[in-house]
Each structure stands twice: as C-alpha cells, then as structure tokens.
Design a protein around this ligand. Structure first.
Ligand code: ADP
Ligand code: ASP
Ligand code: MG
Length: 420
C-alpha cells in the first residue's frame, strides 16, 4: 500500500476517513433500491466513514434519453446530447439525498458542476482534467453525506459534458483521488470481476483480485463492468477499487497494483465487444505517408481506430483494413469516402457485422503457445478469424458477430478459466 493510503492527509484535521461508493444503474433502478442504497450508506457512516456516493442514472434511463434524441434528430449534436444525457444522473442524486435525509442522515446532492469536475471539451467522451474538491470537502466537514451525479462534468465555458457510456465509474475513482479517499467501492449488478462476463459464460469464476494492468486491458476490449479510464486513474493515484454487488455483503473483487493472486502463468480473463465495425480501403497506392494520410483525419475527428491490417502490396497497390467503434462508422465512412478519392484509392467497403474477442493476462508474456491455443480453439469451433491484433498481455481476434458468444465460451473452456 502507498504511504497515502495508510495515512490519508485528511485524517488528523477532519476526523473520519473518506470512502467513495459508486452505485450503478441497476442498484438505483427503483425508489425501493434507492432507499436500500441509502441504508447501506448509513451503515458505512455508522462504521466510521465519511461517505461520498456517486450515482448513475436509474435503470435504463440513459438508453431512453439516447432513443428520445434520435426521435427528433438523425445525428444529434454532441453538445446538446451531453446536456440531455447528464439529466439522468441529475435525477438520481437528489432522490438519494432525500432518501438519506428521510432516515436521518444529513446529505446533499451535487451535480458535476457543483462538485467541481472540469473536463475537456470533447462532448460525449470528455476527459476529467481537474477536480476542485472544495465544496465536497466543506459538506463532508459539516457531517453530510455527499451524493454526486456521475458521468458528467463541465468545460471552461460551463458547458455540460459527459464522460462516455459507463463513465460514472470514472467520476467515482477521480473523486476518490481528489478527496484522498481511502478506497473506492463500485457497486454493480454482479458480484465482482469474473473471468468472463457471467451473463455470457455461466461458469465464469469470480476473481478475488486483479491488477490494474489486467483490468484496464479487459475494460479496453469490452468488459464493461469497469470504465477503462476509471482503472487508469485508480492506478495513477493508487486508489484500491473494490467491485462488488449492492445486493449482497460479499467482498467481491479488489483491483490493486500487486494482485499477486493466482501465480500460474495463464490467461486471466476473456472479453468481447460487439460495438465494432470494419472498414477496408481498397486499392491504396503503396507509398510512404498513405497510412498517415488516412488515419490522421480520423484521429482529428476523434475516431479511435483499433485493429489495423495492411495487406502485402501487389503491383504497387494494397488494401488497408481497420476497425472503429460502430457508433463512429457513419462519420468514418464520410471521412474515408473523401479521402479515398484524394489519395487515389479504388474505393472502400465497410462491415458492421463483426465483433472483437480478446484474451488478457500478464501470464501470457513470453508464452507463444497461448496464441496458438486461441487460434486452434476458434478453428475447432468453426469460427473464422478475420483479423488479429496483439499487445503485451492481450490477443484480439475479429470474428463474425453472430459467433461472439460461442467464441467466448469456447475460449473460456480451452484456457480452463472455470478451474481455480
Ligand atoms: P453498472 O450499471 O453497475 O455500471 P454495467 O452494466 O456497466 O453496470 O456493468 C456490469 C455488467 O458488466 C455486468 O452485468 C456484466 O454483464 C458485465 N461484464 C462484462 N464483463 C464482465 C466481467 N469480466 N466480470 C463481471 N461483469 C462483467
Ligand atoms: N448513465 C451512464 C450510462 O448509462 C453512465 C453510467 O452509468 O456510468 O452509460
Ligand atoms: Mg457501468
């Protein structure tokens, strides 16, 4: 543990230590669940903590807001979208503060702006730049529980931003860092981090601990139980993150630096992502600068390009394939259409029926047999591999979206992840 976790700066001056608790959409889906969350917060206070609760929108509110926007606009402007989406969390926070006061816990709700969460201006995927904890600290010092609306912040010019889907996790961990909290608890609808999504693989095993590194990699390739940026901030500021269920008292999973847990050299987890599309630029002249010519404009537009494959060139031309988030496909197509004309490519095609399946684990380092096992397992299941990309502790295959679940289950079996 770091020096700061042992001896938080606020301990001497202002009494009890701070615990940040984040409650996801399912945990606050109904008034009854909000009352239950209030009781859990009261118990943590009784145990001696000062509590900051970060809340998500109730149930599927955010999805409904997205659908609502699409009914009035084919391509909703990102700034207005952010103001709209932020309202989901704006409903939950005061409701929880009321429920707390109802059971005798002094409480106050804060919007992202009131909580001092300043972000970049990239609407719908803003990054937290800085948190001014003055207000939250003042409320805590007055003995109040502080309830913060997750997922949102504000720009220099006081426009509302959101942090990307699942972003309340990031609000929580960033607040924990800024308030020098002892730890950050993420309450969700599963018991913790499993070897794969337990909704896809029923025999997936709960991991008592996982390293930031492995969790970040899993989150980045689709394990939506944690927002990737939250894990990154946790690692940067050494905040232990406890992922657990709000419906039980079980300890769940701790994400820490040294999850010296299972020491066997093996794959730690499997993740998949269906929100991907593949784009192929056909007949690209093979000369220096072409890749930069294609990917720079996409980067400028904020499109994050993922798996990239350039074919061997024949007669001076080559094909270039890459994947993008499906939500960015329309924009990518617009950009690539213009580009392929200007760089003299023959054309382009796109395929929105692919998915990404990844295996992750630090135990994979220097173990060439693992890649072979992954490819053989998919082959045996009759699943064609469209593209492959590898990282130090990850291998990703692009496969037919209809076979995603089959791929995840087959790999989980092949790497014996159900066995402790
Ligand atoms: P919340 O609303 O609490 O933030 P999310 O829906 O964002 O909850 O994340 C929890 C979900 O993440 C689970 O219901 C589960 O289906 C999914 N999930 C994906 N991969 C994993 C994993 N490896 N371990 C646990 N849950 C996972
Ligand atoms: N409500 C937002 C979403 O559904 C943020 C979150 O829940 O973390 O993505
Ligand atoms: Mg989430």
């Amino acid at each position: 543990m770091s020096a700061r976790t042992v001896r938080p700066a606020n301990q001497d001056s202002a009494g009890p230590r701070i615990l940040v608790q984040k409650y996801g959409g399912t945990s606050v889906a109904t008034p009854a669940r909000i009352r239950r969350v209030a009781r859990r917060i009261a118990r943590s206070r009784d145990a001696g903590w000062r509590v900051v609760a970060v809340v998500s929108a109730m149930g599927h509110t955010t999805d409904r807001l997205v659908a609502l926007a699409r009914q009035v606009s084919r391509d909703p402007p990102a700034r207005e979208m952010d103001t709209l989406l932020s309202t989901g969390e704006i409903i939950t926070a005061p409701l929880l503060a009321m429920a707390l006061q109802e059971i005798g816990v002094p409480a106050v709700s804060l919007s992202g702006l009131q909580a001092g969460i300043r972000t970049s201006r990239s609407h719908t995927r803003a990054r937290i730049l800085e948190i001014d904890p003055t207000r939250a600290n003042a409320e805590l010092a007055e003995g109040r529980a502080v309830v913060v609306a997750g997922f949102q912040g504000f720009t220099e010019s006081h426009d509302v931003t959101t942090l990307g889907r699942g972003g309340s996790d990031t609000t929580a961990v960033a607040l924990a860092a800024s308030l020098e909290a002892e730890s950050c608890e993420i309450y969700t609808d599963v018991r913790g981090i499993f070897t794969a999504d337990p909704r896809v693989v029923p025999e997936a095993r709960l991991l008592p601990a996982i390293s930031y590194e492995e969790m970040l990699e899993l989150a980045a390739v689709g394990a939506k139980v944690m927002h990737p940026r939250a894990v990154e901030i946790g690692e940067l500021y050494d905040i232990p993150i406890h992922v657990r269920s709000s419906f039980t008292e079980a300890p769940g999973t701790v994400i820490t630096r040294s999850a010296g847990v299972e020491d066997r050299n093996r794959v730690r987890g499997i993740a998949s992502e269906e929100d991907v599309a593949k784009v192929t630029v056909v007949g690209v002249p093979d000369r220096p600068g072409i890749a930069a010519g294609i990917f720079s404009p996409l980067a400028d537009a904020g499109v994050s390009v993922d798996v990239i494959i350039q074919n061997v060139s024949r007669e001076g031309v080559t094909d270039l394939s890459f994947t993008v988030p499906q939500a960015d496909l329309a924009q990518t197509e617009r950009i690539v259409r213009e580009l392929s004309a200007s760089i003299g490519a023959q054309g382009f095609s796109s395929d929105a029926s692919v998915a990404k399946v990844s295996i992750v684990g630090t135990g994979m380092l220097g173990q060439p047999g693992i890649a072979a096992t992954m490819f053989q397992t998919l082959a045996d299941a009759g699943i064609n591999i469209d593209m492959i990309s590898t990282g130090e502790i990850r291998i990703t295959c692009i496969v037919d979206r209809a076979r995603t679940r089959d791929a995840v289950r087959a790999l989980h079996r092949a790497f014996q992840l159900d066995v402790a």
